[in-house]
Every structure is written in C-alpha cells, then in structure tokens.
Design a protein around this ligand. Structure first.
Ligand code: KIV
Length: 310
C-alpha cells in the first residue's frame, strides 16, 4: 500500500463511476476526485452527497475506500478525539495535526477543514490567514466556518481569495451558549426567517456549500426551495442535497448517548473492549505470544551465543 494515496489533479464532470461492488461504491481505481464544481453537478443531477467527519490517517484510509464524497475534519475533534468538553478550546495547531494526517490518507473525497472558535471571527484578515493555513499547511480543498450575521463577511473575504468556503447555520456548536445550549434551532417563524436569510446570504457571499445542523425538516424544505448551492444536513431532515454524520457517532465508539439525529451504523465500542479484554487476559495467562508470533534463530547461532557469554 502506498503511503501517498495520489494527487488530485484530475477534474471531471461527475464523481460517480461504474459500480462493481453492488453497493453503489466504485472501486479505488474507478473513483474520481470530488471537486468543488462537481458538488453542484451532483445537486443538479439529484445525486445525494455523502459526508463524514474524520480525524486520523487509518480512518481516512477506510473512508477513502468507502467512496464517500466529502470529508470534514470537524472541530468536533475537540470532543471526539481530544477529550475537551466542548468544541471551543481546540486550536488551529491542534486541528492542523489531524487535518494533515487525514490528508495523507485521502485521495478522492473533497477535504473540508473546520475553522475553530477564535480563529476567524475578529476580522476578515484573521479569517483569510487562518483559512490559508488550512489549505497551505493542511492540504484542505475547502474550509468551513459557523454562523450568519457578521460571519457572512468572513465567508465572503475567504471566498474572494479563491478558497472554497462551506457555511454552517442552525445549531452552531461554537456559539451554543448564546443559542441557549445544544438544541434545535429555527423553531419559531422569526428564528426560522433569520436562518433562511443567513443561508441565502452565505450563498451570496460565495459559499460553495452550506451545512444545516439541527433544524426542523420543514424549515430545511423552505430553504431548499430558495437556495441554489448544495446543502448538507445533519439533523435537518431528508430534503437537503446530502448528509453528514460524525465518525464516532455513526460507528458507536462512545458509551454515552448521541443526539436524536444520529443513526448508529455500527456498535464498535463493545467489540474494541472485547478485543482489549481478551488480549489482557491472554497476556496475563501466558497465552500470548505463542511461537506463531515469535522470531526464531538458528540453533547453531544460539549455541555460539551461549559460548560467547560463558
Ligand atoms: O465539527 C463538526 O463535526 C461539524 C459537523 C457536525 C457538521 O461541524
């Protein structure tokens, strides 16, 4: 296996290639790199976009093979990988380590890096400098930032430098305190109106795509009737152009519960725990390693060694 999954120079009109797996997943060789223009082509063809978060190299190799369209190194890494109790403390330098590892493992999905709290809000200049680090040092294809209001200007500033920007409205975890906690947004006519306005303003600011998080499905449908850029939903119902889920949620890697909108596609934590317990018990019982897992030496060499030591 090569350590370098390849370059992304090829462009194409359409990400989907013939399916030889029967699961809608083209093989490694058949898969073409996803590009920003091809996001729009997917939307126009009505082909749902699949996005997942990812935070390290081995997971990126699996994600690559799975054939998803977009990968987000989310600031959720703060909680899922780094053990902080919110997304607020994670720094650009911490996230860049993860982004670079994921970049090394990916070839075809579009890689989006999440700008963490405090790294883009202060000024357009700060936003552009941070976004450039994600592209230049991290190898991201696009960056994501949270919020409407003044953040629309930050999105415009970044997009104007040629860096593709993904917006994020609805529940924006970086500012969850101001929103009254981790709860669904846009549940009154006035709040939903502001949300629609923010989504359309992010589009006008040049965003190539926008994430809707934790909003009523009917509100998402209202925006979908008006918006032209692709929309990726998480807890926003089925009308959006695609879906995103967090790696640890969809694979069942934590013992605690997940938000209402999470579907667990696997329950890996018990399997990992079981493997670790069997390993511990075999080491403690002297059952591992057996000769199968051990190097040998020519008996003559061994005798010579003993003579040398005598
Ligand atoms: O940081 C993240 O993982 C996200 C997704 C939940 C969209 O923003």
């Amino acid at each position: 296996m090569s350590n370098h999954p390849g370059n992304r120079t090829s462009s194409h009109s359409g990400h989907t290639t013939p399916d030889r797996t029967g699961l809608g997943v083209p093989s490694d060789a058949e898969r073409l790199p996803m590009t920003v223009p091809s996001l729009m082509e997917h939307k126009q063809r009505g082909e749902p976009l699949v996005m997942v978060t990812c935070y390290d190299y081995p997971s990126a190799r699996i994600v690559e093979e799975s054939g998803v369209d977009l990968v987000l190194v989310g600031d959720t890494a703060a909680m899922t990988v780094l053990g902080y109790d919110s997304t607020v403390p994670v720094t650009v330098d911490e996230l860049l380590v993860l982004v670079k590892a994921v970049r090394r493992g990916l070839r075809s999905p579009l890689l989006v890096g999440d700008l963490p709290f405090g790294s883009y809000e202060v000024s357009d200049e700060q936003a552009v400098i941070t976004a450039q680090r994600f592209v230049k040092e991290g190898g991201c294809d696009a960056v994501k930032l949270e919020g409407g209001g003044v953040m629309i200007e930050r999105a415009r500033a970044i997009a104007s430098t040629g860096i593709p920007v993904v917006g994020h409205v609805g529940l924006t975890p970086q500012t969850a305190t101001a929103l009254g906690g981790f709860k669904a947004q846009g549940r009154t006519a006035n709040r939903a109106f502001l949300l629609v306005k923010d989504a359309l303003a992010l589009q006008d600011a040049g965003c190539c795509c926008v994430v809707f998080e934790a909003i009523p499905a009917a509100v998402a449908e209202v925006v979908m009737e008006r918006i032209e850029i692709p929309v990726i939903g998480i807890g926003a119902g089925g009308s959006t152009d695609g879906q995103v889920l967090v790696w640890h949620d969809l694979l069942g890697l934590y013992e605690w519960g997940s938000p209402r909108f999470v579907k667990r596609y696997a329950d890996l934590r018990p399997q990992i725990l079981d493997a670790l317990r069997r390993y511990s018990s075999e080491v403690r019982a002297g059952q591992f390693p057996t000769s199968e897992y051990t190097y040998s030496i020519d008996p003559a060499e061994l005798s010579e060694l003993r003579e040398l030591l005598a």
